[in-house]
Design a protein around this ligand. Structure first.
Ligand code: ZN
Length: 199
């Protein structure tokens, strides 16, 4: 194959398998590229399995595993370097304030503070909030592959930012109560959590 021809995207392969959307360029690529023809065979198998499944919708886990397999394809030397910053939405994984009393810290045990975990791709933000007279001190740590970067907290009335240290730690003092956009910027990613409720 022409080593500079781009491999087929998941969408192109899925369209071929599901909607029979072939054209000569795609067919020629498949004929000459073992990687893409292998992937097309894999998608065909999964689609066949899904069609035999009596459940009404394609199982989400199956779709997720297909998409993950495509994400994890090794990057070949001929592939162009990514030039865009990857944007990831962070998801709330844990909030000690939302646990019932049986699982959380005992109420009145103020020094324990509040812990929030946000995850974005392979990294997790471990946030600890502690009430102070002017709001909350927020100490955070990035778990996972730590990259140089900075964290911003933005509300309608307040924007502040802090840099992430070598150890992945960052710190905001006396953040006023409110709902903030939490944004991590590094050279390669922007991870954002839209509504961080600091209260
Ligand atoms: Zn290919």
């Amino acid at each position: 194959m022409n080593e500079f021809a781009p491999h087929l995207s998941f969408e192109e392969i899925a369209d071929m398998v599901i909607d029979h959307a072939y054209n000569s360029t795609l067919v020629e690529h498949l004929r000459t590229c073992s990687r893409c023809s292998f992937e097309k065979d894999a998608v065909e198998q999964i689609v066949t399995t899904m069609r035999q499944d009596r459940t009404e919708d394609a199982p989400a886990y199956a779709l997720a595993s297909i998409l993950r397999a495509f994400d994890e394809r090794p990057v070949q030397a001929a592939d162009p370097k990514p030039t865009l910053v990857e944007k990831i939405s962070a998801a709330l994984r844990f909030d000690s304030a939302k646990l019932g009393p049986a699982h959380g810290f005992r109420s009145g045990h103020a020094s324990a503070g509040r812990q929030i975990l946000l995850s974005a791709g392979d990294i997790t933000f471990d946030l600890r909030l502690k009430r102070v007279s002017a709001g909350f001190d927020l100490h955070g740590q990035i778990l996972g592959d730590v990259e140089h970067g900075n964290i911003s907290l933005e509300s309608s009335t307040d924007t502040r930012s802090a840099s992430v240290g070598l150890d992945g730690e960052f710190k905001f003092d006396a953040v006023p109560e409110g709902v903030y956009r939490f944004i991590f910027h590094s050279e390669s990613i922007t991870a954002e959590f839209a509504e961080l409720d600091i209260s």
